[in-house]
Design a protein around this ligand. Structure first.
Ligand code: ARG
Length: 563
């Protein structure tokens, strides 16, 4: 049930000769200030065509409006402000949530459709960076949002497990490596070998040639090179899995770049047959001048394939294997040229699905205003961030609620939730300043604030012996609950907007608003007072817990019942 559309319909009955329904829907505003009603319709566009003053038109429309859902309509300035019938809407919203429970807000728009989500995709033998964290949590939230709308999702971890860097790493390991050290702390040790390679290569350029040679061996299937590569991969995955376990993120596929090694010939042959391959400086490229893009490199002069070649093979493989309706790539904004080129090449190959590839970019994680880099070792390890966050949450619980049962479980839920929320509350394109202090703040616009609000509401339900209601006796005397209802009714709209914009922050911001509205209600109303409104208030509190928990779940954050 969408109240905005119903209001649009009512207006359309009056204005059908002048405006179509979708225009009316787009024009309707939601006033920030409740004094101006629940919805407002501006009459300035009509004023032009009717050649009348907007206030006059507003007045006329407000007198003509009639619907059981609308209590009153007022003309103010050039606007028609409408106030919904609180009693009816309250009844409807609460009884829909009471019966739907965690399914409230679901839809079937994605039924029988598949969406693949390329996400996380860290690079083997390198640390899991904050950028990979962003991809992981944004991708994970998008998967849950798409599922909520009926889509089947395929979460793919396109591991960076192939490329020239493995030639460098093998070179470094053979020169300076120590097996025991790698086993003990694989990522740390492999990273320092990689860093050493780069600093030594500055004074000794022949190292780069050695690195290239080892990569060539790897691509040709040399046994020693392959054994080292697969060992590096295995050790790295063990460490990545620790992080995935903490974040509670799983994948449907770990097909990384190497998976496409035997699938690239097909692509290269197709390009050749279609006459799309050109030679440029001894390399093979696809010209993309008519798309105003630089040429896409397919094969280097030594025959080595590239990141783009593997992504082309991956796109074809995914289309055949999953028949996706959309293929999302949750990858940093700095790769946007790569994805433009990828789509450009697919368009040239006449694949009509080329435009169903969607790059979902995100901004950078900055430290003191500068990009965080892995090469020079100035990097914050995500595992340390998570464990620090958990121990801070734990100290907080010790202080505020020392008798809490399952303290460790809750500390984990709160600590990890704080890190995820810090990321998701911002629109993904914004750069985020990395600040442990900010993400770990336990009040304000944070994950713990929402978790705490939910836990408080759950405790009220326990004290009030809430045991469910079918919503038949919901009746409020004062309008104090209205702000909550007017937010609750928007939930499915919020979910669908966040899906259309690939933007989980819509849900995060909504959860903050709902938590605030609830805390405001809690501060002015004696919820547990025993009078005839008690059951209605408990039903309201219950519905708030349903929607807060569902919002957190969609973001990939847990909701403890007590904290
Ligand atoms: N491994 C890459 C990186 O860390 C991201 C891969 C993104 N996915 C893709 N299909 N290109 O930068």
């Amino acid at each position: 049930m969408n109240y905005l559309s119903q209001f649009a319909n009512t207006l359309h009955q009056i204005l059908h000769q002048e405006l179509d329904l979708s225009t009316i829907e787009l024009l309707i505003e939601k006033p920030k200030n409740a004094d101006f009603g629940d919805y407002a319709f501006p009459c300035f566009q009509l004023a032009k065509s009717r050649r009348q003053a907007p206030p006059l038109i507003a007045k006329k429309i407000s007198e003509e409006i009639s619907s059981p859902l609308i209590e009153k309509a007022e003309a103010v300035g050039g606007y028609v402000n409408v106030f919904l019938t609180k009693k009816t809407v309250t009844q409807k919203v609460l009884s829909t949530i009471l019966t739907g429970k965690q399914h409230y807000g679901s839809s079937t728009i994605g039924q029988n459709k598949v969406v693949t989500i390329d996400m996380s995709s860290p690079n083997i033998a390198k640390p899991f960076s904050m950028g990979h964290l962003r991809s992981t949590v944004i991708g994970n939230a998008l998967a849950k949002i798409f599922q909520k709308c009926g889509y089947e999702t395929v979460k793919i971890n396109h591991l960076g497990d192939w490329g020239t860097q493995f030639g460098k790493l093998i070179t470094a390991y053979k020169k300076w490596g120590d097996e025991k050290k790698v086993k003990k702390e694989p990522i740390k040790e492999l990273l320092s070998l990689y860093i050493q390679f780069h600093s030594e290569a500055e004074g000794n350029p022949s190292l780069e040639d050695e690195g290239r040679a080892w990569f060539k061996k790897l691509e040709d299937g040399d046994a020693e090179a392959l054994a080292l590569w697969s060992w590096f991969r295995e050790e790295s995955l063990k460490e990545f899995n620790k992080i995935y376990q903490l974040l509670q993120v799983d994948f449907n596929s770990f097909a990384g770049e190497a998976f496409y090694n035997d699938k690239m010939d097909v692509v290269v042959n197709l390009l050749e047959e279609q006459g799309l391959l050109m030679e440029s400086n001894q390399a093979q490229v696809v010209d993309l001048q008519d798309e105003s893009l630089p040429p896409c490199l397919i094969k280097k002069s030594d025959g080595a394939t590239l990141y783009a070649t593997r992504d082309l093979a991956a796109a074809l493989y995914r289309k055949n294997n999953y028949q996706f309706e959309q293929a999302l790539y949750v990858v940093g904004n700095e790769q946007s040229l790569h994805f433009k080129q990828l789509k450009g090449v697919l368009r040239k190959m006449n694949f009509d699905w080329a435009d169903s590839l969607v790059h979902v970019p995100f901004g950078m994680m900055l430290k003191d205003g500068k990009k965080m880099s892995t090469r020079k070792g100035k990097l914050i390890l995500l595992e340390e961030v998570l464990s620090e966050s958990i121990s801070l949450a734990s100290r907080n619980i010790e202080e505020k609620n020392p008798s809490l049962t399952q303290k460790e479980v809750v500390a984990k839920q709160v600590g990890v939730g704080a890190v995820i929320f810090h990321d998701l509350k911002n629109f993904r394109m914004n750069d985020i300043e990395f600040s442990l202090e900010d993400m770990l703040r336990f009040e304000g616009e944070t994950g713990p604030y929402i978790q705490y609000t939910n836990a408080r509401a759950c405790s009220i339900l326990r004290k009030g012996n809430w045991n469910g209601s079918d919503g038949t006796q919901i009746n409020f005397e004062s309008p104090a609950h209205w702000e909550i209802i007017s937010l609750l009714k928007e939930f499915s709209d919020i979910i669908q907007t966040s899906l259309k914009k690939y933007d989980p922050s819509q849900i995060a911001k909504y959860a903050i608003d709902l938590a605030r509205a609830f805390n405001q209600y809690y501060s002015v109303v004696r919820i547990l007072e025993d009078n005839h409104e008690l059951q209605a208030r408990l039903a309201l509190v219950y519905c708030v817990t349903v929607v807060l928990q569902e919002s957190l779940r969609l973001l990939g954050i847990e909701a403890p019942q007590e904290m």
